[in-house]
Design a protein around this ligand. Structure first.
Ligand code: GDP
Length: 616
């Protein structure tokens, strides 16, 4: 049908329209600027399209009439009619893509009547070697229901056990790093955090980190004092230490649940698991098993034989074999599904970890998974999400600067400012925290979500990313990797070595005043390879310039394992025996620091200058 008229009408258009724009033609009263491109969606009427094309409805009616279609001003146009008009008017009229919802978030409101209790999802966190893996293994091995014993348990990132006939799900990757990395990707999977503390050791830096990470996520904490079978175990010492952190045990009148366990012998583990059920009950964890599934990818890989394999935690609804899903930017049909015991299953309800095959590609951990009724829509959503992701990466902006934050506060867009403080010593971290928390501004609240001694590490960056926090470093320096990571995660790191300056900066920001912003420019870095002690001269550091240039006039900072040991100036810079003005990357040099001799092999000498950031 389309071909024949095409020739006919093209001819007509040439005859009438192009020559028709003559002064004496009645169409000369039309706007001279004809629309060359327009879009429309289903259901558009003659008058609506006329408005888009900036032509009279009567003209569209007449044109269509000449082509054999009788329409009125309110008639709905078909796609064919619209394309004929496009040809006639020598313009492009394209159909708008159907408005599709690209979000994979679980936004569907569940009918309260359909909600059913769901198993709690638990993550075990704590300091290295305090027994996280041992506890996870003990629970997995001792709690597999009868009949499953001997069955090969495949690791799929999470597993489910039964306690008193009720299911409990454990995330198999212990530690707060994985937990926060997931959260930085927007995924919330954990309902309860068990913080393991070894009774023969005590609260260690990562214990505190884990507590802060769980609290920043608003996840309830249960403390498991582990290794109570060991002769050196000192349970009370741990209880005092956690009380100091504001986690007073219930038995001491607080509201932190504390269990004494041995992950090795299993002592106390049953009680700990029963507590999980109680905490879950208090939290009223519910989901609706009678709806399309929603979940999160725990981990995924490409299997040589089976193709992309995705391990997923179903969080709401029920996932069925045959369902069409989108996971992040990939899609597919669930061809096969197995559980954590390696058994093929057909359906998986809320809080169930499963392994699925059938996806078009490998998704990423933390990607949201959603079931679609329509395969075509699933593909479209996955493709559009992929495009959006590429676009976002291309347009990636840097972290919010202090001036951006000031502007946001002034516009009333920011009410809560989250902050992470890392300092060279615990005393400074605490002093800075106390002063920062004292800053009073009407509408804006400052929350220090983590404050400890030590270098800024990757988990700080992830916590900042997940909690939208600023990192304040006091006498600490992030290394190149951490800087890069911060850039990738768009995290703002502020570095100071004078407490009042850090506070002043924050106060001005929160009060909506633009502080003059100084940007430190690192001009070069050199690694100390050898030390020579020379009487009269002091310590000479034989260095390799690893980045930029070292200049004899620049200010320098001596960094040892991410912590600033000293800030000052160079006393001398030499290349072999001669004084040098500057030494570039890849070359060796010898240097001394004014009034400072405690230089060690492996230290980093960083040259820097300060520049005021000019704001427009
Ligand atoms: P993770 O780094 O926190 O995962 O710690 P692991 O689970 O790897 O445990 C570190 C070490 O402590 C291992 O040698 C374990 O055997 C040991 N361990 C863990 N829990 C206990 C316990 O309750 N009692 C004793 N005696 N040793 C334990």
């Amino acid at each position: 049908m389309a071909k024949k008229p095409q020739v006919k009408y093209r001819k007509k258009r040439n005859d009438n329209h192009d020559s028709g724009r003559q002064k004496n033609d009645r169409r000369s009263t039309w706007p001279k600027e004809y629309v060359k491109e327009a879009t429309y969606s289903d259901g558009i009427t003659v008058s609506q399209l006329a408005a888009k094309l900036k032509r009279n409805s009567s003209d569209l009616i007449k044109t269509l009439f000449l082509m054999g279609s009788v329409v009125t001003i309110n008639s709905v146009l078909t796609d064919d009619m619209i394309q004929l008009l496009a040809m006639e008017y020598n313009c492009t009229i394209t159909k708008e893509a159907e408005k599709i919802n690209l979000s994979l978030e679980d936004t569907e409101e569940d009918n309260p009547a359909e909600l059913k209790e769901r198993p709690p999802i638990i993550t075990i966190m704590g300091h290295v070697d305090h027994g996280k893996t041992t506890l996870l293994d003990y629970i997995r091995n001792s709690k597999v229901a009868l009949g499953e014993v001997g069955g090969i348990t495949q690791k799929i990132g999470a597993y489910q056990i039964e306690v008193d006939g009720k299911k409990v799900t454990f995330i198999d990757t212990p530690g707060h790093e994985a937990f926060t990395a997931m959260r930085a990707r927007g995924a919330k999977m954990t309902d309860i955090a068990i913080i393991v503390v070894a009774a023969d050791d005590g609260i260690m830096p990562q214990t505190k980190e884990a507590i802060d990470h769980a609290q920043a996520a608003g996840v309830p904490i249960v403390i498991a004092i582990n290794k109570i079978d060991k002769p050196g175990a000192n349970i009370d010492k741990i209880k005092y230490a956690i009380t100091d952190l504001g986690l007073t045990p219930e038995e001491w009148g607080g509201n932190t649940i504390v269990h004494e366990i041995s992950a090795k012998t299993g002592q106390g583990v049953d009680e700990l698991l029963q507590t999980m059920l109680i905490v879950a009950e208090v939290q009223e964890l519910r989901a609706n098993p009678n709806r399309a599934a929603f979940g999160t990818v725990i981990e995924a890989k490409l299997d040589k034989g089976r193709g992309p394999v995705a391990n997923i935690l179903v969080q709401n609804g029920t996932l069925h074999v045959g369902d069409t899903v989108v996971a992040g930017t990939v899609y597919g049909k669930v061809r096969r599904m197995s559980d954590d015991k390696g058994r093929d299953i057909k359906h998986a309800g809320p809080s169930t970890p499963v392994s699925i095959i059938g996806l078009s590609d490998v998704p990423s951990a933390g990607d949201r998974v959603k079931v679609f009724a329509d395969e075509r829509e699933a593909r479209l959503v996955a493709e559009k999400r992929m495009q959006a992701k590429i676009e976002k990466e291309r347009n990636a902006t840097s972290a919010m600067t202090m001036n951006d934050l000031t502007e946001q506060i002034k516009e009333g867009n920011v009410q809560d400012v989250n902050m992470i403080i890392k300092a060279d010593i615990q005393g400074s971290a605490e002093a800075l925290k106390a002063s920062m928390e004292k800053i009073k501004v009407d509408t804006v609240k400052l929350h220090v979500i983590h404050a400890t001694a030590g270098a800024i590490n990757e988990s700080d960056i992830m916590l900042a990313s997940a909690s939208n926090a600023i990192i304040y470093g006091f006498n600490v320096r992030p290394d190149a990797n951490i800087r890069k990571k911060a850039e990738e995660e768009h995290v703002n790191i502020r570095l100071h070595d004078i407490i009042y300056k850090a506070i002043e900066e924050m106060e001005m920001t929160m009060k909506g005043m633009l502080a003059p912003e100084y940007k430190e420019v690192i001009t070069g870095q050199a690694e100390v390879r050898q030390i020579y002690k020379v009487s009269k001269v002091g310590t000479i550091a034989g260095c390799m310039v690893t980045d930029g240039v070292m200049t004899n006039s620049s200010r320098v900072r001596l960094i040892r394992q991410g912590v600033t040991i000293y800030t000052g100036e160079l006393a001398s810079l030499k290349r072999f025996k001669d004084d040098a003005k500057e030494v570039s990357q890849g070359y060796e040099c010898g240097l001394t620091i004014k009034n400072f001799n405690d230089i060690k092999e492996g230290d980093i000498v960083e040259g820097f200058k300060e520049e005021e950031v000019k704001t427009a």
